[in-house]
Write a protein of this length. Sequence first.
Length: 251
Amino acid sequence: MQLLHLSHIQRTYNENSSHPVKALKDISFDVNPGEYIAIMGESGAGKSTLLNIIATLEKANAGEALLNGQDLNDLTADEAAKYRREHLGFIFQHFNLLDSLSNRDNIYLPLVLARAPINEMDQRLKPLAQALGINKIIDRYPSEISGGQQQRIAIARALITQPDLLLADEPTGALDSNTSNEILHLFDTVNQNGQTIIMVTHSAAAASHAKRTLFIKDGQIYHELFRGDESFKDYQEQISNTMMTLTNGGE
């Protein structure tokens, strides 16, 4: 069974006005457990809208969006919030950590909201802190650590709920190239351990770490690539060529 099933998704803003904006025209694809998918496209292509629908932050105007068999369009606002806490993990470009909380408490936050017992929080954090290399900074504050370290804390926060699906929106966009590579290799490890990932990115280098890349143009799937046994370098070249074709309007 697919983890995520999207069928003929449409999203129109200002639908009843004289100037409706069609952000998504017809999006269909499936995601199997353990996949690592990158979504690329020019600004305004509909990438963020698509991610928001999967994240239950927005609803499609038409089409079907099923996550683990749950119709996301059927959820009320309260149900969607609970569903996000229990089934989804989020990583953002600008980390979205709370400066008033220690790194440890930032990581614990989604479990606190879910009213998990403290001993469960501790048990879940130990292997994550080890894997992400954050033991030495766990009791410091976000303002006291580097951007790359902040993103590691954000990754721990996203993973501590053991989500069905990890959603990453430009996770390396605010990082330098060396730190970006470190974070992307962490994503590789997390995915190899079975975590399903969907990542929106403008970076061909970032997308080359995914197993499959979807390209969106004008609210529709324009093309998709599979990495297979290709090296990161060769796959990155394919991605760059496809983006150049997409940008130039070629077929």
